[in-house]
Write a protein that binds this ligand. Structure first.
Ligand code: ATP
Ligand code: MG
Length: 560
């Protein structure tokens, strides 16, 4: 954080800051700011969640408040502890700390049940016994008002009795539901006696078989916020029409807190799908290697890919928060990643497609240690040792047998500078029977070590990277492209799905790269700039001490 580019590119506007500041000025909530991040533990978090995490934890930090991590675990069929643990890990990795404020909606099940009984006693909730189809029919639609259920006027005693027996597990799923008694004619469908509870005879990952009824999200959410005395409950726009019911719950139940809900536009990005359900399909159908496949927009995926938490935070600030739907260009994220990596990445040399060079006038068996900076602008990071010897590799793309007019690197009879080392000149090409170049014979200019001028003042402008043949290590390199081939993968013709838009070239494996010796010490936490090649990191999963695997995080510059 705090790179100099931050000052150049302003953070984008965030209307929630204005709301909070005006609330603080008006002395609302006794000057407290309490937000929460409320994931449902039914999948791994993705970049959209990252935005919400940065927003909620970021606002709390900025206004000296706190942010809770609350698992919204009201839907036992799809939830699992595996997801709970991964979500915690992801939030921590992003750089945020909920301290002691870790909560589960399921911790409130008893309180929510008691409040439901309270609503019944107040005449504001009733047990309905219509079938699922009838419920839908009675609810009406946008054009048609709803109708009152024949069970709407049950007595308080009958409702209490039935609700209690629902809880005791006496009825089958779907036999009864508990509904709020509001207004079946309301133009807002969410106010037409919304469901509060349904019977579900499934074990919950935390409460086990204790409950046979589970609260609906729309009922549990405002009340969980209120129990925790959340002040600003921030959610995505699709909940805007649910806000009247959110407020109804807070107004009609004697809750300790009085939270308010604010909506912002969900983040969408080009070349990605951002829904747990769709990401789950990719995992289940083996279209990616797992939730943490480095091409996935999941937090575990981008982490393994080598994106940094700082770059995600920078991204979140830069895209801002608004109510207008928009699609963020994936390049904005990549630029944030580059900006951060340029600052922190250790420099190293790696040759992806090696071609061997033998320096004929260099002494046999000689080896020189050359010191090169770990970061050109950060002398405090120190230096690394690179080894020069008679045989080195350069990248095949840095040589051309018949150079085109715009090619200035190595070619027969031409000179090039080996980065941090000597100027060499190509004397001869060795080819195999098929005509493929297997080796280049060169001579070096002894005067030119470490960027010194040539012995006779000749100019050599082109610089290429290289590694020693003997003192280099083999590695597999994985080059990632976009997961989807088109900017809007969900926009599909009839009979197609978003999966038809997967990019068949999203992973290119380079099996035989050669890396400079210092990369033996690489760890997955460190990021590297392979000079002239791109940003890379060690793969945390597939890399073994004898066979290294590096992921390309991002190109050096966009479009390269
Ligand atoms: P998905 O649609 O991917 O399943 P979700 O909204 O169902 O996501 P939750 O676990 O319910 O996932 O979300 C937790 C929080 O993250 C919510 O407050 C939600 O609004 C927010 N969130 C989810 N997706 C996005 C997104 N694309 N942009 C911004 N916030 C998001
Ligand atoms: Mg959800």
């Amino acid at each position: 954080m705090g790179s100099k580019q931050d000052k150049v590119i302003q953070d984008a506007p965030n209307f929630l800051k204005q709301i909070i500041e005006s609330d603080l000025r008006a002395g609302k909530n006794e000057g407290h700011v309490v937000t929460r991040f409320p994931p449902e533990p039914n999948g791994y978090l993705h970049l959209g969640h990252a935005k919400s995490i940065c927003l909620n934890f970021g606002l709390a930090k900025e206004y000296h408040g706190r942010c809770h991590l609350r698992f919204d675990d009201t839907n036992p069929e799809t939830e699992d502890v595996e997801y709970v643990e991964s979500i915690k890990e992801d939030v921590r990795w992003l750089g945020f700390d909920w301290q002691e404020h870790l909560y589960f909606a399921s911790d409130y099940f008893q309180q929510l049940y008691d409040w439901a009984e309270y609503l019944i006693r107040e005449g504001k909730a009733y047990v309905d016994s219509l079938s699922e189809d009838e419920l839908r029919e009675y609810r009406g639609d946008f054009k048609r008002p709803g109708k009152n259920s024949p069970y709407r006027d049950r007595t308080i005693e009958e409702n209490l009795n039935l609700f209690h027996r629902m809880k005791e597990g006496e009825f089958a799923e779907g036999e009864h539901v508990l509904r709020a008694k509001i207004d079946m004619q309301s133009p807002n469908m969410n106010m037409r006696d919304p469901l509060l509870y349904r019977i579900r005879k499934v074990k919950h990952h935390r409460t086990g078989g204790t409950w046979s009824i589970y609260p609906m999200y729309d009922y549990a959410h405002p009340l969980s916020d209120a129990i925790e005395k959340v002040t600003h409950s921030i959610c995505t726009l699709e909940f805007q029409d649910h806000r009247p019911f959110y407020d109804w719950c807070i107004e009609n139940i004697p809750t300790p807190g009085h939270p308010h809900q604010y909506e912002f536009a969900r983040m969408n990005m080009t070349y990605l799908v951002m829904s747990k359900r769709k990401l789950l399909q990719l995992v289940k159908e083996d279209l990616v290697s797992g939730w943490d496949d480095p091409r996935m927009p999941t937090i575990s995926g981008i982490r393994r890919r080598g994106y940094t938490p700082e770059s995600i935070q920078l991204f979140a600030r830069r895209i801002g928060v608004s109510k207008a739907e928009s699609i963020i260009d994936y390049e904005i994220l990549e630029n944030c990643v580059r900006e951060d990596l340029d600052n922190i990445a250790h420099r190293a040399m790696a040759v992806l497609e090696p071609i061997k060079i033998v320096i004929e006038n260099y002494p046999d068996g000689n080896e020189e240690e050359i010191l090169a900076p770990i970061h050109p602008k950060k002398p405090e990071l120190g230096e690394r040792k690179i080894y020069f010897s008679k045989e080195v590799y350069i990248d095949a793309s840095d040589f051309m047998e018949n150079p085109t007019a715009d090619f200035f690197r190595l070619a027969p009879g031409r000179e090039v500078r080996l980065r941090n080392a000597y100027v060499i000149k190509c004397k001869e090409m060795i080819k195999d029977a098929s005509g493929k170049i297997t080796e280049l014979r060169c001579e070096y200019d002894k005067a030119t070590l470490g960027g010194k001028p040539t012995s006779d003042g000749r100019k050599v402008k082109a610089v290429v990277h290289w590694v020693s043949v003997q003192k280099s290590i083999p590695a597999e390199i994985r080059i990632y492209g976009r997961l989807f081939a088109v900017a809007d993968p969900e926009n599909v013709a009839d009979g197609k799905t978003f999966k038809d838009n997967l990019n068949p070239e999203s992973l290119k494996i380079i099996p035989n790269a050669r890396l400079e010796f210092s990369l033996q010490e690489a760890t997955p936490e460190l990021r590297y700039q392979f000079e002239r090649v791109g940003y890379f990191c060690l793969d945390s999963k597939d890399s073994k001490s004898k066979s290294l695997v590096f992921n390309r995080i991002v190109e050096l510059a966009s479009g390269r």
